[in-house]
Design a protein around this ligand. Structure first.
Ligand code: CIZ
Length: 305
């Protein structure tokens, strides 16, 4: 059955001159059929370097918006129109404008998990992998407004010692991982290395050996001599970790850490998306231009390595 669906996807992909991107949190079978897997920004950058006319983004809406901003001229499709990101939706552009008015002179840094409108209102965009470095590079006398994730924001404030105004957003999936989950997993696997995502809560992060983005987890596990890892982030990453390191053991810190939006994408929906060219994700020219500035400023400060 899957074989037939995969063949159909292959044919449609050729017909449409499409590239399929899968985020690290996607179901394993979607990661396996994708042309590229990775984090949201890396995927959009890779897609921009291809001559594909169509991008099927297997992820959530803000990721498809980022692809639309970075790949003008290409059609960006999200296979499920309801695949949103509650964290990105926790702040609107209007709320950010009000926050800026309350904090005149502050620089705004937005996490890539944000809407195109919020990126357009921000001075800099960052990822969980480069947020600390980016904030460290900003003038020391400026207050930093950080949106929308309070847990990533607190991690950055702690590592940089900077004065930061944090928006109280959070990822509903990452906060499901508890301190007890980590203690239980450590009790069962005392020699395992604990890798946690900065979107986790502070008590969880305090018990981790490494605080890493999904891309950094993949790099770290590939180089580490350790053979067991407790993974505190959305469980989709475990598929990629196991695939790259078949000899090692990866244990989900919590089986509850499943993002329902990421799991909305299916093989059948990818077929529907390519057949009917839906659901198109577009960003107005004006918003895209301003949002791209905040992404470009990040790249200028932190050239891709
Ligand atoms: O930026 C991304 O793609 C997300 C959501 C997380 C990460 O750490 O890669």
């Amino acid at each position: 059955m899957n074989e037939q669906l995969l063949q159909k996807i292959g044919k449609l992909k050729e017909q449409r001159k499409a590239v399929i991107l899968a985020h690290n949190y996607q179901p394993g079978e979607i990661q396996d059929l994708a042309d590229f897997t990775g984090d949201s920004l890396g995927l959009s950058i890779k897609a921009s370097q291809t001559d594909a006319q169509v991008i099927v983004f297997c992820g959530v809406r803000f990721m498809a918006e980022t692809a639309a901003i970075l790949c003008p001229g290409k059609t960006v499709l999200l296979p499920d129109k309801f695949a949103g990101c509650p964290l990105a939706d926790m702040i609107t552009a209007q709320e950010l404008r009000q926050l800026k008015q309350k904090n005149p002179g502050a620089l705004v840094v937005c996490y890539v998990n944000s809407s195109a409108e919020v990126k357009a209102e921000s001075d800099y965009c960052c990822t969980s992998a480069n947020a600390v470095e980016l904030v460290n590079s900003l003038p020391a006398d400026r207050t930093i407004i950080f949106v929308p994730d309070q847990h990533l924001g607190r991690f950055v404030a702690e590592r940089t010692g900077r004065d930061m105004v944090l928006w109280p957003g959070y990822c509903p999936t990452h906060v499901l991982i508890t301190e007890d989950d980590i203690k239980t997993a450590k009790g069962r696997y005392p020699d395992a290395v604990v890798m946690a995502h900065p979107e986790c809560t502070e008590p969880v992060k305090a018990l981790a050996d490494q605080l890493l983005s999904t891309g950094q987890m993949l790099k770290f596990a590939a180089k580490s001599p350790a053979q067991k890892f407790i993974v505190a982030t959305e469980i989709g990453i475990i598929h990629a970790l196991k695939k790259q390191n078949p000899q090692a053991e990866f244990i989900a810190a919590s089986d509850r850490a499943v993002c329902p939006n990421m799991k909305k994408i299916t093989l059948a929906k990818i077929i529907g998306s390519l057949e009917d060219m839906q659901y198109r994700v577009t960003v107005s020219e004006e918003i895209a231009k301003r949002a791209k500035k905040s992404l470009d400023r990040m790249v200028e400060i932190l050239p891709a390595r």
